[in-house]
Design a protein around this ligand. Sequence first.
Ligand code: FES
Ligand code: FES
Length: 157
Amino acid sequence: MKHHIRFKVNGDQYDLAVDPWRTLNDLLREDLNLTGTKFGCGTGDCGACTVMLDGKTINSCLTLAVEVDRREVTTVEGLAPSGEELHPIQETFIEKGAIQCGFCTPGMEMSGLFLLNGKKTPTESEIRTALSGNLCRCTGYNKIVDAIAETGKKMKK
Ligand code: FES
Ligand code: FES
């Protein structure tokens, strides 16, 4: 039997009937066409599916769609203030060359932003700890860490 849920994604309200076994990742990618959030391992190991739920990062592959009832989800599509502008973390990832294939990037940016929302000038160690649930197979991590540190400085200004 389907369950009726009412929730917000990136400020937009949705009312949907969902099967109880479907994940938030299924809902975002397949029903709402928000494919910025990736699906990698499906087991909570890679972080490619990271989104914010009520302001805290979660793995959308491990979260059932029914769990977001009356809650608010933010995906990478919701970070930019408009179609013309990028969020500072998105700009800085580009400037610092912190993207290669880009598969990990939405999850990295969500985890980085969650850290920066609490502390604008984290140490390198704090940044690496914040990214410990996000895997990248391309960049070697240093540029991603630099991009997050630089974003914090920009957000502080
Ligand atoms: S797809 Fe969710 S952690 Fe890998
Ligand atoms: S840029 Fe390719 S997985 Fe991170």
